[in-house]
Design a protein around this ligand. Sequence first.
Ligand SMILES: Nc1ncnc2c1ncn2[C@@H]1O[C@H](COP(=O)(O)OP(=O)(O)OP(=O)(O)O)[C@@H](O)[C@H]1O
Length: 597
Amino acid sequence: MNCFPCFSSKRNRNPPCNNETNEHDDHNDFRPPVAATKRIEEIETEQTPLKTFNFRELAMATKNFRQECLIGEGGYGRVYKGTLQSTGQLVAVKQLDRHGLQGTKEFQTQVLSLAKLEHPNLVKLIGYCADGDQRLLVFEYVTGSSLQDHLYEQKQSQKPMDWITRMKIAFGAAEGLDYLHDKVNPPVIYRDLKASNILLDDEFFPRLCDFGLHFLSPGAGDSLFLSSRVMDTYGYSAPEYTRGDEVTIKSDVYSFGVVLLELITGRRAVDTTKPNDEQNLVAWAQPIFKDPTRYPDMADPLLKKRFSERGLNQAVAITSMCLQEEPTARPLISDVMVALSFLSMSTEGVPAAVPAASFRDKSMSIALSRHGSCSVVPFSLPRKEEDDDASSVSSESESESEDEDEGEDEEEESRSVKKQEEETNGNDSDDESDSDSEKGQEEEEERSQLEKAASSSSSDSAGSERGRMSTGETNATAQSLKIKYGYSSEEEDNERLSSCKSNEESLLSLRIDSEKNHDDDSSKNTSMRINSSLAHDDDDDEEEEENHETRLEHIHSSKSEVQSVYSDDDTCEGSGDSSLRRTEPEEEEDHDSSDQD
Ligand SMILES: Nc1ncnc2c1ncn2[C@@H]1O[C@H](COP(=O)(O)OP(=O)(O)OP(=O)(O)O)[C@@H](O)[C@H]1O
């Protein structure tokens, strides 16, 4: 069912090349579960189902590359919509520009490795043609249009995308990027993430295109090519790219931040029609990031304030983290993805209590804590089962025992947040005793979810083989965590908001810690967190005091600069942004979508 019929008119943008009666049905049916995503090593031995086309076949598919089949033209060449005669499948044929052509063998090698990248959020490469000096790539055709078109080229009759749809698009794009960064080995740097490269089908399911095409770029001497590419990606490129420094996966995270900012603000990455100081979106947004009371002013006016205060604050906080000047200060896309999995499920944002183990790097949970969800629940197991579970993570803890300082930090984090929790929940103790068995069961469920999340988090840098949770599982975990932590319970949220101040104070120390260079240690941190929870003992008070001193020294010797997103007052933004209307009851949402239906 198409929930957004108002956008479906774009399906037949190019009717002359559409030879099928129901082009979209098959396409929509193909929704492999995210968990089925394969790692490159796994598919290495399998035969890549990549087709080799001759030029004649593709000429027939595109009516001899007729103008009416031309979808658009990008930095790599022209794209035509076509229908394969043999199967009737709709395709997008990218005819590559001839300058900077590679040899056939080199081209084939690159294309074969590209074909191995398979994920529901990536546009699939079906085949290629390397006849003579012709180079063409054949992709699955994505009906609908790009995110750029949806945001900025809307017809007046079309409804603007609502908040949840925008967050879902961001989440899907993050899933695709996470696959490239974290699930394939070696990781693939996208280099060209932008709104025009996120294709949306009729249900707004996002697919990234143009990834991994960097090999097509001719040498630096080709100024014509470079200038058109630079013009195109200007506004999305990370500062290190502009400086000519090394481009890494964190450069993609920056570009992702720009896209997220576009989704939130409805403003183009670069808009020369605006006044000078508003032309570059990031430059315009940077001062606002430092002042949460101005966040509501950032939101796209077309949203008509139909989002929650917390959802907006958290989305802006994530964006701000992605747009940090220093690449190592930017979050991992996997953490962005987990946060967005919550934001895409409800307008209320990330729940008040999210297990810290959900994130590989604690900076994300801390930033979210400061923007609406007031506590981050540490990973802790019921005492009775500690031994068994300890053994399952002991190998990692042994190998990382040299990081004692951090282990102590984690232990203290665990204790301090646990203490906050006890304080927050203290009044409920009577009620709790009535439902002991229920609670025990819930704890058991929680424990197994967190173990899953933790085993994912404990894997090494990108490409590691060890127990990584698939994105599907991450999403499922996010779903179940949402239920577990009463995501929709206003009362509980209010309770947590009222304890916000004390939580904020406790989290302050964690925040300072997080501003150390954390990138390399994120996976270690998680496993330390688990072990420190396991090892937690009430008799350790003395040791704790000692640790506290050690940790303070550690904090004072920290060289990292405090990032702007964390540097504002220690107030609870949740309460501070009262100017923002809470106008997002779920019923309204439902009503809207049913309207659209
Ligand atoms: N698989 C596809 N299905 C449907 N439309 C596509 C597909 N791939 C590309 N397009 C469309 O073709 C047009 C040109 O795409 P292309 O990726 O070549 O250029 P671009 O993204 O605008 O610029 P650049 O290549 O410089 O990033 C765009 O409008 C894009 O939406």
